[in-house]
Ligand binder design. Structure first.
Ligand code: ADP
Ligand code: ZN
Ligand code: ZN
Length: 762
C-alpha cells in the first residue's frame, strides 16, 4: 500500500504529494487519508498528511521510504479535500491549506494529551504583538517564538520546541515585556465564556421568527443513512489524484464525490437589527441535532461578541464546542477532540471554525455575514463565507447566512428569508444626519444636545469614531514638517497617554516630540481627532457618567469583554470606540447612538467603501432603542447627502442594495465578476516592479485581463506594486494567476521578492 503524503513545509516550490511505502504496522493501525505522519524527507524528518492511498506507485517501490511513525492526530477525509481546495482557490500551498484542518497544536507537541501537572505557560503581551509588527530588533528564534504565541498561549517547553527559544531566551523576552510567563495547572478545562449582554431566555417565537424557522427547516437536508463505521478501512482512496504536474503548475481542482442528494440552495436570513436572528439559528440547530446531524455556527470575533456564542452554550450545554482565539492551544485541542469524537456536535467559533472536524453536518450558520473578520489576512487569504458555502455544498448541508446589512454577493445569489421587524415591535430608531462643514471641534451642536439629554436622564449612549489614538497627525507650525513613518509612507498617529506617536500599519513608534528636528520650533500642531481624545472630551461633557473606551488600544486580551461588561453593568454611561462598538451587541437600554465622521470610510478609494459605510452606520444605529427604551441616532458627516448615509438613515437596506448592485453590475465588480489582487514587494523598488511586470505578461498571455502594476505606498520598509485581475471567468483567472506566480517565484533572476495573492480582496 502506498500513502501519498503532503509534507507540511512552507516552501512554495515544493511539488507534493510524495509516495511512501506503508508497512503492515501502519496499515493495521488504520492509517488512511487524513492521518498525520512523521516521514523522512531527504536528511530531515517532516510532518505530513496522507492525502490519498494507492495500490501502486509510479516510482520503484524498492526505493520508497517508509514513514517513521503515525501521530494520534487524524483528520476527516472531507476536510483534507477542503484544505486542499482552499490552497488552490486562494493560490496558496497544499501545506498551508492542510494546516487549517489539522488538530490545534499539531507539530508543536501540545496537541498530545499529557498528564495534569504544573507547568509554565507563555502568553504574548500587547507589546510583544506590536514588536512583531514594528521592526523591533528580534533574534530569528525569538521572532519565531513570538509568532507562535500569536495563536494563543503555549507551554514554555512547547514554545522551545516550536521556535528553538530556550528557557533563557524566553526569560529575556519576558524581561523586555514582550511575553508573560505564568505557572498554570494543566488539568483539561472546558473554556468558560463571558456572556455579556445575553438576555434571559425568551418565551415564544414571534410570528415572523416562526415563519423564518419553518422556511429554514423545510430546506434542511434529509437525514442521511447512518454513517459507515470509521475504522482501519476508512478513507481508502477517497481523495483523488493530487500530484501537481511539475512545470505546468496547473494542478487540477480536487475532484469531489457528490453527496447522494444535491445540497440545498443557501439561504440568507435578512433581519433588521434586534429582530431575533439568534433565536432563529438556535431553533434551526436544535432541529438539526434532533435529526442526528451536526452544525457549525460561525460568528465574528468572539472577544467582541461573546453573547451569541454564550446563547448556544446556554441552550445546548456540552453539546457545543466553542473554538475561539483566546483559548490556549491545549484548550483548543480539547475542544477539537470533542468535536472529532462526536462528544460535541455543534461548533461555534470565528472563521477558523468552518474547519471544525464534524461529520454528518446538516447546517452551517454564518452570523453577521457582512463582517470583515471572515476574511483571513495572512496566507491563505481565505474567506470563511466562501469556504462555508463550499463545505455545505460538498457535504450536502444547508448554508444559512444572516445579517441586517447583508452583502450584495449574498443578496444576489441566495434565497432570502425576512425578519422585517424588531422582536419587541418597536420601530427602528430615527436617524438624524448632520453636516460638519464649518463646525469647530469633533461634535456638532445637535450631538452635544442629544448627549446632554442622555447625561441628564442618566441613560446610555454609544459613540462611534473609526479612528484610534489622540490625533491622526502632527505638523510643525513653523516649517510644515509632517511626522511620517520611516518604514511606511503614512503619517504617525499621536497616542497621548502612551506618550508616543505610532504607525498604525507597521507599529513603528517614537516618543512624542517636543520640538521640530528640522527647524527647532516648539509650536507643533495636532490635526484630527481619534477615540482617545474623544473619550477625554466625552468624560468632560458627560460628567458624572462613566465613559468606557473600546478600540484596538484598550481591547487587548480580555479588555474588550471587560469594557463591554462594565458598560452593561453601569446604570448610565457612554461607550466610545472604533467599529468594535457597532458589532452585534445587544444592550437593552441604549438610548442614543452617535457616529462621528461617518463618511471617513467613503473617502477610501475602494469599491466596497459604500457597502462598508452603509453597514457601519446601519449596524451602529441598530444598537440603539432595544428593549424597553426609545432610541435615537445622530450621524455626523462632511457630506450628509452621500447616498450610503441616506439609505442607512432611512434603514433602507433594500434601496441601498438595489443601487449598489446596479453600480456593481455596470462596473463588473463582485458579485458580477471576481477580483484577484497580487502584490509584489521588495526593499528596493526594482525587483518588485520587475516581478509585477513579469506576472502581468504571463497573466495577459493566458488571455486574462489585468490592471497595473500600480505602485502602492511603501509599507514596513517594502516598496510594493499591485496587479488587479477583474475577471468574469473566476476559475480560469485563478489558474492563470497561480501559474504565473509559480513561474515567477521560480525565476531566481528577479531577486528577493515577496508575493501576496488575494482572491476576493476586502
Ligand atoms: P439580532 O441578532 O436580530 O439583532 P438578537 O438575536 O440579538 O437580534 O435578539 C435581540 C433580543 O431579542 C435578544 O435580547 C433576544 O433575547 C430577544 N428575543 C429574541 N427573540 C425573542 C422573542 N421571540 N421574544 C422576546 N424576545 C426575543
Ligand atoms: Zn519645523
Ligand atoms: Zn509604518
Amino acid at each position: 500500500m502506498i500513502a501519498k503524503v503532503e509534507p507540511l513545509t512552507t516552501a512554495r516550490a515544493l511539488r507534493g504529494p510524495f509516495d511512501y511505502l506503508m508497512g503492515d504496522g501502519l496499515i493495521a493501525d488504520g492509517v488512511g487519508v487524513g492521518s498525520v505522519l512523521v516521514v523522512p524527507f531527504g536528511p530531515r524528518r517532516l510532518l505530513g498528511v496522507v492525502v490519498q492511498l494507492a495500490e501502486t506507485s509510479d516510482l520503484d517501490p524498492k526505493r520508497l521510504a517508509e514513514p517513521i511513525e503515525a501521530l494520534e492526530a487524524d483528520v476527516p477525509a472531507d476536510l483534507v479535500r477542503l484544505g486542499l481546495w482552499v490552497a488552490q482557490e486562494y493560490v496558496s500551498t497544499p501545506a498551508r491549506g492542510l494546516a487549517l484542518v489539522l488538530p490545534p497544536g499539531t507539530g508543536t507537541g501540545s496537541g498530545r494529551r499529557t498528564k495534569a501537572r504544573e507547568s509554565l505557560a507563555a502568553t504574548l503581551t500587547t507589546a510583544g504583538r506590536a514588536a512583531l509588527e514594528d521592526g523591533t530588533r528580534l533574534g530569528s528564534r525569538q521572532r519565531t517564538g513570538l509568532e507562535a504565541l500569536t495563536e494563543g498561549p503555549l507551554r514554555v517547553s512547547d514554545l522551545a520546541r516550536v521556535s528553538g527559544c530556550d528557557h533563557a531566551s524566553v526569560r529575556r523576552l519576558e524581561a523586555r515585556g514582550l511575553l508573560l510567563v505564568e505557572r498554570t495547572a494543566e488539568a483539561p478545562r472546558r473554556p468558560t465564556l463571558r456572556t455579556v449582554g445575553a438576555r434571559s431566555a425568551i418565551g415564544t417565537l414571534t410570528p415572523d421568527q416562526e415563519a423564518a424557522v419553518a422556511q429554514i427547516i423545510a430546506k434542511l437536508p434529509p437525514t442521511p443513512e447512518p454513517a459507515p463505521q470509521r475504522g482501519p478501512s476508512s478513507g481508502g482512496g477517497e481523495v483523488p489524484e493530487q500530484r501537481f504536474p511539475s512545470g505546468t503548475g496547473t494542478s487540477p481542482a480536487p475532484r469531489t464525490t457528490p453527496p447522494e442528494q444535491a445540497a440545498p440552495e443557501p439561504l440568507l436570513l435578512h433581519g433588521v437589527t434586534g429582530s431575533g436572528k439568534t433565536e432563529v439559528y438556535l431553533q434551526a440547530v436544535e432541529e438539526v441535532l434532533d435529526r442526528g446531524q451536526t452544525a457549525i455556527v460561525l460568528v465574528p470575533e468572539i472577544g467582541l461578541t461573546p453573547q451569541t456564542a454564550g446563547r448556544f452554550v446556554e441552550r445546548f450545554g456540552d453539546t457545543v464546542a466553542v473554538l475561539h482565539s483566546q483559548l490556549t492551544t491545549r484548550e483548543r485541542y480539547d475542544e477539537w477532540a470533542r468535536l472529532r469524537s462526536g462528544a460535541a456536535r455543534v461548533a461555534v467559533g470565528p472563521r477558523s471554525a468552518v474547519f471544525a472536524p464534524l461529520e454528518n453536518v446538516g447546517l452551517i450558520v454564518v452570523d453577521e455575514e457582512h463582517d470583515g473578520s471572515y476574511k483571513q489576512e495572512g496566507d491563505p487569504r481565505y474567506d470563511a463565507r466562501t469556504v462555508a458555502e463550499r463545505r455545505a455544498r460538498e457535504c450536502g448541508a444547508l448554508l444559512l447566512a444572516g445579517s441586517a446589512t447583508p452583502r450584495p454577493e449574498s443578496v444576489l445569489r441566495y434565497d432570502r428569508v425576512r425578519l422585517p421587524q424588531r422582536v419587541d415591535g418597536r420601530p427602528l430608531p430615527p436617524v438624524e444626519l448632520v453636516g460638519m462643514a464649518g463646525v469647530k471641534g469633533p461634535l456638532h451642536q445637535r450631538t452635544r444636545d442629544a448627549l446632554e439629554e442622555v447625561r441628564r436622564a442618566g441613560e446610555k449612549a454609544i459613540v462611534l469614531l473609526n479612528r484610534r489614538g489622540w490625533s491622526n497627525f502632527l505638523t510643525c507650525g513653523d516649517c510644515g514638517r509632517v511626522w511620517e513613518c520611516p518604514n511606511c509612507d503614512v503619517t504617525l498617529v499621536l497616542h497621548k497617554s502612551a506618550g508616543r506617536v505610532s504607525c498604525h500599519h507597521c507599529g513603528h513608534r517614537e516618543r512624542v516630540p517636543d520640538s521640530c528636528p528640522d527647524c527647532g520650533s516648539v509650536s507643533l500642531a495636532r490635526h484630527g481627532v481619534g477615540t482617545e481624545q474623544l473619550g477625554v472630551e466625552l468624560e468632560r461633557l458627560m460628567d458624572p457618567l462613566p465613559v468606557f473606551r473600546l478600540d484596538a488600544d484598550t481591547a487587548t486580551r480580555g479588555g474588550a469583554a471587560e469594557a463591554l461588561e462594565r458598560f452593561e453593568a453601569a446604570e448610565g454611561g457612554v461607550l466610545v470606540g472604533t467599529q468594535m462598538v457597532a458589532k452585534g451587541h445587544d444592550f437593552p437600554d441604549v438610548t442614543l447612538g452617535v457616529v462621528v465622521d461617518a463618511d471617513s470610510t467613503l473617502r477610501f478609494p475602494d469599491f466596497r467603501s459604500e457597502e462598508r459605510t452603509f453597514a457601519l452606520v446601519a449596524q451602529l444605529a441598530g444598537r440603539s432603542g432595544r428593549g424597553g427604551s426609545d432610541g435615537r441616532v445622530v450621524v455626523q458627516a462632511l457630506d450628509p447627502a452621500a447616498p450610503a448615509l441616506r439609505f442607512a438613515a432611512g434603514h433602507d437596506a433594500d434601496g441601498f442594495l438595489d443601487v449598489e448592485l446596479t453600480r456593481r453590475e455596470a462596473l463588473s465588480y463582485p458579485p458580477y465578476g471576481s477580483l484577484i489582487r497580487v502584490v509584489c514587494s521588495s526593499e528596493q523598488p526594482a525587483p518588485a516592479k520587475a516581478a509585477a511586470d513579469a506576472l502581468r505578461a504571463l497573466i495577459r498571455a493566458a488571455q486574462i485581463p489585468v490592471l497595473g502594476p500600480a505602485p502602492l505606498f511603501r509599507l514596513k520598509g517594502n516598496e510594493r506594486f499591485q496587479l488587479v485581475v477583474k475577471a468574469t471567468d473566476r476559475a480560469a483567472a485563478i489558474v492563470a494567476v497561480r501559474t504565473a506566480v509559480e513561474r515567477t517565484v521560480a525565476d531566481r533572476s528577479l531577486g528577493p521578492v515577496k508575493y501576496a495573492v488575494d482572491v476576493d480582496p476586502q
